[in-house]
Structure formats: C-alpha cells, structure tokens
Write a protein that binds this ligand. Structure first.
Ligand SMILES: C[S@@+](CC[C@H](N)C(=O)[O-])C[C@H]1O[C@@H](n2cnc3c(N)ncnc32)[C@H](O)[C@@H]1O
Length: 567
C-alpha cells in the first residue's frame, strides 16, 4: 500500500510526474450534502446532516485509490467514488442492514460502502467489473468469511447460479432473503433495476444510490402524471419504490455533472404482484408455470428440439409451443426463464443467424384457451368452411390437413395459402364437429387454431371458386384483410413483438403479394389467444385493464424495449 505523506488530501492517482497531474485532486471534505428533493410531495426526502464520518470516508477512499499505484477513474464504468461515509451509513440504514444479513453489493469500488456494510454485521457478496478495483478491495479487506468479491459485470451476472448458493450458505435468517445495496454506476441503473426487481424470491429490498433524475422517475407511482412511463409500470409491479434522499454531486470523486439520490425498492413476492385479470378474476401474471417466454424471429423451419436445447441451457423446459417463426417456451422456474430472456434476447440464432426476440409473453396464457375456448368470439356464425392457422407452413401438405380433418365428415375442399388454410366440409354440422375437435389440436408438432371462415366458398358472388381464380382475387383474403380482427392485417415485420423493434427484417405483407409469408395477424384479436398466428408478430396483449397492472404493457407500440433499457 502506498504510504500517505501528509494528512491533507493526496491526489487520488499519484502521477509519475507530480508537476502534471492528470486530474484535479478531489475536493475538500464536503459540507452537508443531503438535501430534500425539491420535486414535489410524492418523493419524501430525508435530510441528513453530514457528520464527522465525512472526512473518514474521504480519507479512506483516497487512501484506497492510492493504494495500488495510479488509478484513473473510468467514466465508462461510472467510477464516481463516495467520499462521504455518512452517505454510506445512510444507505446501509435505508436497507435496514443488520447482523446476519446477506448483501449483494454492486461495484464496491474502493470498498467504502463495503466497509459500512461489514460494520453493520452483514456478509457481503460484491460484484465488481473493474479488475483493478476488485483487486484493490480484496487487498483492503483481506480474507474474511464475511466478504466475497467476484470480478464480473453485474448485467451479465447469473444471480441464481452464483449468488443463491452463497445466500443459502451464509444467511442466518429463516426467510433466506438477501438485500441489495449499491452506489451504482449511473449508466447501468435501469439494467440493474430490470434485472433484480423481479427477483422477489431472492431479495427483500434493494437500496441504490443513482442519478437523482432517475431516482425521481423510478419512484414515481402516480399513473396520472405525464411522466409515467413503462419503467414505472415495471417498477410498481415488482416493488414498492421510495425516494429516500438526495446526495449532492460534491460527495463524489470525480464529481459527476449531476446529483445523486438514494432510492429503495421493497421487492414483492410473486403472490403480491397485482392481479392482471378483470376485477372478477384473481389471476396473477407472475405465476411462473403459467407464463411462457415469447421467442420470436425464428427461422420458419426452426425445430422444437432446437428451441428446447437452446432454452434448456438455462433450466428445465416444460414444453415448447412452436408456431410459424416464433415459439412459446414454458420453463419450470421463472428465474430460469428470466435468465434465458436475459441471455438470449437479440442473440443470433439459426442457420440464417436471425436475432432472436426473447421476452415474457405479454399475457397470461394459462387461461387455457386451447383447452376451453374452442370457438372464435369474433366469428361465431357457423359456416361449412374452416379457417386453419398455426400449422407448420413448410412441411404441411394438403393431404396432412385432409387426414387431420376428414374424421369429422366429408370434406369437399382443402386449400393451403402460405401459412393458413381453408377446409371446407359438405355439411355445416361436420364443420362444427371438426372445429370442436381440431381447434387446439396438434398437427405435425404444431398446435393449430381453427375457426369458422367468414363465408363459404359457395356463398361467394358469381360462383367463385378459389381453385379457378388467382390468389389475389380471393374474397376470403379480402374479407379478412378488412376486419379489425384480421389475422392478416397490415404486414408487420417479422418477429417484432409489436414494439417497433425487429426492423432489421422486413416482412412482406401477406395480402400484398410478398414472396414470403409473414402475415400480419392483427393485434390480439385472436380468438384463440395463445394459439393464433398473430402471436408470432406480437405477443398477446392484455386488455386495457390488465395493461395497467402489468409491466411493459403501456408501452406505446412504436417504442422498443431497447429504449426502455436506455431510460
Ligand atoms: C459509482 S462507483 C461506486 C464505488 C463504491 N461503491 C463507492 O461507493 O465509492 C461504481 C462502481 O461500480 C463498478 N462497475 C461499473 N460497472 C459495473 C458493472 N457492470 N458491474 C459491476 N460493477 C460495475 C465500477 O468499477 C465502480 O467501482
């Protein structure tokens, strides 16, 4: 450790040439720097006066920075170190850290907050991305049972496989919940919030020091304000946020351009998540077994086994519902699904290296439409012709459909059009039987959806027959295109779950003669819910009521989750 030559604050990064320091020395010990938020009543603030701890924190931070030779704080890593030990103590107090607690600390840096956590009696698991700082903090505390430091990027950190065993081993509480306390690099705060808030099974509270602006925004629970954003839906769904107090920028070295603030999130357990059904329904969105992961932008010929293998790396896959170009993956554990989403979203996959879209399905599909909703609410007028979707468009032949449907009566015609088909019976009663029997059934590994066609061929004007006419003149398709609940709609892009993402790959409009079928299946008007092809382009949507209670649902359609991450 480099010795301190005087009691006055040394340069935090001793330069080989003292005459030309690369950075200004840190400021003198700061005056009281906690101030209440000026931003209105929804953000209660705590006024904390600075105390003698100020200089202690200051000196130990500077000493640490000097301890392993010259260290230039890295802006890209948000390295603004805390100089005021009082702030650290307040962070610890806000999380109620006490004897026997296990704490995940993100970015220990020089170890000043780590020190306060250890002093409170906690066992600390610290994740530090910067190798230099990880070594520095190890040096500072030496080997102790109560501290584990790993060098890793928190945004890529597998909490369940790396942290849970530690928690199991170290927690002395029966509840086995850990806490998160961190003076976070400002640039990853939303990533961290998104990563950890859904982990109410692991963490009870998360207390973060982040940019004041961000803290104010995240703590905003009032849906009525114009500032209310998708991230607020997320935050309030998974936690109870509370703005604690502001921390002025002069408390950090180097001094950032903005002030910081401390915010706490009391994490909810799955059972506490707001219900997402109608008021009559008590269904909750977060039941792990019920909510599949949407995996979009797949090759049309992607195989179920490939998807199983892919997701199987992150946990047990209960089942995979393959659709055309997308799939729903049911994982046994919600945390494994979270991990899969985290790892696989936007990863290139398949022969053509498409970028996957992986995210939680936007609707609780457990309503079991497949099992209990056999008919389209939009199209209840029985016809002799059935409209079939969701079969494998590459491998399904007319004869496969015939075989699948002919047990219900005499079929007069089967027509496949890209990835939808019409099956016409001679008798309407047979069509009804077939609809009841085949909707939600499996054909060549795909769960198909069946509903009545809007009209029968023989109802068409001038004795229309699709077999005699060109595709473009098909009244069936014209009819469907015109409906708001259209399964064909307006030609959205493939694999983009309706957030305006996924533009890298265009999708020909079905109705306009694109050469590869990626129909726009409309928006959530699917009578079959989970089984309709429209899910391929857009995961099912909640109704307005549900959206309010569900993270991500109030996103404007043109906005992307990527943007959400950048907030
Ligand atoms: C704002 S500093 C806080 C340091 C220290 N806790 C303090 O209070 O002085 C942020 C710390 O997080 C580390 N860090 C930055 N990005 C990280 C990441 N993705 N994962 C883990 N640590 C990260 C930085 O290297 C730095 O040490």
């Amino acid at each position: 450790m480099a010795p301190l030559t005087s009691l006055s604050p040394p340069l935090p990064h001793p330069s080989p040439s003292p005459a030309k320091p690369r950075r200004r020395p840190p400021p003198p010990p700061p005056p009281p720097h906690f101030t209440p938020s000026p931003r209105g009543p929804i953000r209660p603030a705590t006024i904390v006066s600075a105390a003698s701890g100020v200089t202690d924190g200051y000196h130990s931070t500077i000493r640490s920075l000097n301890s392993r030779g010259r260290h230039v704080p890295r802006k890209s890593l948000g390295q603004n170190y805390m100089l005021n030990s009082k702030v650290n103590e307040e962070l610890v107090a806000a999380a109620g850290v006490g004897e026997g607690d296990v704490v995940l600390e993100i970015g220990p840096g020089t170890g000043s907050l780590t020190d306060a956590l250890l002093a409170a009696g906690a066992t600390v698991f610290a994740v530090e991305k910067d190798k230099h700082m990880a070594t520095l903090v190890k040096d500072r505390f030496g080997s102790t049972e109560r501290l584990k430091i790993i060098e890793e990027d928190i945004t890529k950190f597998n909490v369940h496989s790396h942290f849970l065993p530690f928690l199991e081993e170290k927690s002395h509480h029966s509840t086995k919940h850990a806490k998160v306390v961190s003076n976070l690099p400002f640039n990853i705060s939303t990533d961290v919030v998104k990563l950890l808030l859904p982990m109410g099974d692991v963490f009870s509270i998360m207390v973060l020091l982040l940019q004041d602006e961000t803290a104010l925004r995240l703590a905003d629970a009032s849906i009525q304000t114009p500032e209310y954003r998708p991230i607020n839906v997320f935050v309030n769904f998974y936690s109870e946020p509370e703005y604690k107090f502001k921390v002025e920028r002069t408390n950090f070295f180097p001094q950032p351009k903005v002030d910081g603030a401390v915010i706490s999130f009391k994490l909810k357990n799955a059972g506490e998540y707001p219900p997402v059904g109608s008021h009559k329904s008590s269904r909750r969105v977060a039941c792990p077994k019920m909510r599949p992961v949407f995996c979009g932008n797949l090759d049309y010929d992607a195989r179920q086994s490939e998807i199983e293998r892919l997701f199987g790396k992150y946990g047990r896959v209960e089942r995979v519902d393959m659709k055309s170009g997308f799939a729903f993956v049911y994982m046994e554990e919600e945390r494994d699904a979270d991990e899969a989403i985290h790892r696989l979203d936007r990863v290139e996959f398949g022969r053509k290296g498409r970028r996957l879209r992986v995210e939680w399905t936007k609707e609780d599909r457990s309503g079991g439409r497949r099992g209990n909703s056999k008919r389209s609410p939009n199209n209840t007028r029985p016809t002799k012709t059935l409209f079939v979707i969701n079969f494998d468009p590459i491998n399904t032949r007319t004869r496969d459909l015939e075989r699948h449907f002919d047990q219900y009566g005499k079929i007069s015609n089967v027509r496949i059009r890209r990835n939808f088909a019409f099956v016409q019976y001679e008798l309407q009663e047979d069509a009804t039987k077939a609809l009841e029997g085949t909707n939600g059934s499996t054909l060549l590994d795909r769960v198909i959806s069946v509903e009545y066609a809007l009209r029968d061929d023989d109802e068409k004007r001038n004795g229309y027959s699709p077999d005699r006419r060109g595709r473009d003149r098909s009244p069936d398709r014209r009819e469907y295109r015109g409906r708001s609940a259209s399964p064909y709609g307006r030609g959205r892009e493939r694999g983009s779950p309706d957030y305006g993402r996924g533009r890298e790959r265009g999708s020909p409009d079905y109705g306009r003669g694109g050469d590869r079928g990626s129909p726009n299946y409309g928006r959530g008007a699917s009578p079959q819910g989970g089984n309709r092809v429209d899910e391929r382009v857009s995961p099912p949507k909640y109704d307005r009521e549900r959206r309010e209670a569900s993270p991500g649902y109030d996103r404007p359609r043109s906005r992307s989750p990527a943007r959400y991450e950048r907030e």
